[in-house]
Design a protein around this ligand. Structure first.
Ligand code: PEP
Length: 251
């Protein structure tokens, strides 16, 4: 069964006390949500242990925003998948466009990270999406297809049960410019087809595909009404509990 998910990527925002307060508000307001929607919060690494405490006994689950591409050892400043699992993460986001753009995250590196995440028992929210030039040149389908093939095709149908894909057109992230519901839906449908070609119809049907890019309460209803859009990866609007919950109530 396909799961509906609304995930909040807090990026490098909030201090630990602010993050704990935000998590408490999300937990409190999550009681209004129907049980078929999973809420996920992805705070910075420094917040994970404190936020995990706040989430205990709630239906909100914890995600990291990244993990290391090595299992352990002399990698100063890195955080391993095992460490994330041990602090209570269910998910890690991987391949966010900010990491691809600013930190040299390649598809090859993502494959390594995903293997480590799965070995640690984590699920992965894999981000894909084209930049503005690629969209203007009409290459958006090819770019997204290539990202899916380069990364997901290295895994098995069993692994796919632990994958969520987030389609995030780079030109829509943090810009206030949202993809139209039609633009988003046609890429989501394409992702599902590409997954179907490798893993079969059942895996493709069960795959949760999130939309990300300036998603907010005012546009979530139309986006989530599309047949291949199963929720959202939310940046800016996830920093306000009211907006985040309003988005999750948009199904
Ligand atoms: C994101 O960075 O994943 C994102 C979708 O950001 P925003 O909602 O702020 O565009």
């Amino acid at each position: 069964m396909r799961k509906y998910i609304v995930a909040g990527n807090w990026k490098m925002n909030t201090t630990v006390p602010e993050g704990v307060e935000l998590a408490k508000s999300v937990v409190e307001k999550s009681k209004e949500l129907p049980s078929n929607v999973e809420l996920v919060v992805a705070p910075p690494f420094t917040h994970l242990a404190s936020v995990a405490e706040v989430l205990k006994g709630s239906k909100v689950v914890l995600s990291a925003q990244n993990c290391a591409d090595h299992a352990k050892g002399a990698y100063t400043g890195e955080i391993s998948a095992d460490m994330l699992a041990s602090v209570g993460c269910t998910y890690t986001i991987l391949g966010h466009s900010e990491r691809r753009q600013y930190y040299g995250e390649t598809d090859e590196k993502l494959v390594e990270k995903m293997k480590l995440a799965f070995a640690a028992g984590l699920k992965v929210i894999l981000c894909v999406g084209e930049n503005l030039t690629e969209r203007e040149e009409g290459r958006h389908f090819d770019v997204v297809k290539e990202q899916i093939v380069n990364v997901l095709y290295q895994f098995t149908a069993e692994d796919m049960a632990n994958v969520v894909v987030a389609y995030e057109p780079v030109w829509a992230i943090g810009t206030g410019k949202t993809a139209t519901a039609e633009q988003a839906e046609e890429i989501h449908a394409c992702i599902r087809t590409v997954v179907c070609e490798k893993f079969g119809a059942e895996v493709a049907e069960d795959l949760t595909i999130l939309y990300g890019g300036s998603c907010k309460p005012s546009n979530a209803v139309e986006l989530f009404a599309q047949k291949d859009i199963d929720g959202g990866l939310i940046g800016g609007a996830a920093l306000k509990a009211d907006d985040f919950i309003a988005i999750a109530l948009s199904f």
